[in-house]
Write a protein that binds this ligand. Structure first.
Ligand code: COA
Length: 263
């Protein structure tokens, strides 16, 4: 089975992460499948709404860390598929919804700032541990998160690396509502179907007006991508990725010592 499943029902395209054994960590080929589905769905008049879902107990562990390590050494930065996905998000024309059960890490959370309606189970935990991985915020989150949550809460989440519970995420305006785990997918699909019944042109136009000009977001992504590329190649990030894969704590003091000796 592929790591992404795409299906459609009643005008709703469902994009489901199905790599549960790796906590739905997103690889280059998964980003490529999601981006293709979003673009195809946008061009298909029978699709009115896109929905992101994960697996039971896990939305997504974010970018695959082995992929980060491989691309930072090979392609010298962010993979082309990751960058294409990120840059597609602000340009999607039809509404995007998400249902979050369990952890939503990194892009698993920043993706939600491009969605129009997000529901979460009480098990959901939202986190953006970019700093702890030696990285910087991505997917427009350095702009969108402070705008949505206010600078103080965004700093707490993006820089301090504080995880937010479902309830805290609701208070912060990241999600619309917390619903019981059994009700999560029915709630998301009910809202998606309601949107799919609306006059499609008016729906797209209303959304376009509400979201406003995306130029600032795309420009911020240019800066983020550049900084992210530099950080991926850094000794700090390499140490953080290797430590995760070796199931140990990163040793940033050793990195500092190596850097000061110039080794
Ligand atoms: N990239 C690659 N593999 C990942 C991964 C990721 N982002 N997240 C989890 N996995 C893998 C683990 O290495 C493990 O693989 P193994 O079974 O071959 O050892 C498997 O998925 C299960 O993960 P595990 O950590 O044992 O699950 P958990 O339920 O204890 O914790 C998370 C789940 C999501 C909290 C935890 O896996 C995690 O913090 N992942 C990293 C998140 C991250 O930093 N992402 C990058 C954001 S920029």
């Amino acid at each position: 089975m592929s790591d992404i499943s795409i299906s459609s029902v009643d005008g709703v395209q469902v994009i489901r992460f199905t790599r549960a054994t790796k906590k739905n960590a997103l690889t280059g080929s998964m980003y490529a499948s999601i981006t293709d589905a979003l673009l195809k769905g946008d061009a298909d008049s029978s699709i009115c709404v896109h929905v992101f879902l994960g697996s039971e107990g896990i939305f997504s562990a974010g970018n695959d860390i082995a992929d980060f390590l491989a691309t930072s050494r090979g392609e010298g930065g962010l993979s082309k598929d990751t960058e294409r996905f990120i840059r597609t998000l602000p340009l999607v024309a039809k509404p995007m919804l998400a249902g979050v059960d369990g952890p939503a890490v990194g892009i698993g959370t920043t993706l939600l700032f491009h969605c129009d309606l997000v529901y979460a189970a009480p098990t959901a935990v939202f986190s953006t541990p970019f700093l702890d991985l030696g990285l910087v915020p991505e997917a427009g989150s350095s702009l969108l998160m402070p705008m949505r949550m206010g600078y103080a809460r965004a700093f707490e989440m993006l820089v301090l690396g504080e995880p937010f519970s479902a309830e805290r995420a609701r208070e912060a305006g990241i999600i619309n509502a917390v619903v019981g785990q059994d009700l999560l997918e029915p709630t998301v699909m009910k809202a998606a179907r309601r949107l799919a019944m609306k006059p499609p042109e008016a729906l797209r136009e209303a959304r376009r007006l509400m979201r406003g000009d995306m130029t600032a977001c795309l420009e911020r992504m240019d800066h983020e991508v550049q900084a992210f590329r530099d950080r991926l190649a850094s000794l700090e990030a390499q140490e953080a990725f290797t430590a995760f894969l070796e199931k140990r704590k990163p040793d940033f003091a050793a990195v500092r010592a190596r850097a000061s000796k110039g080794t």
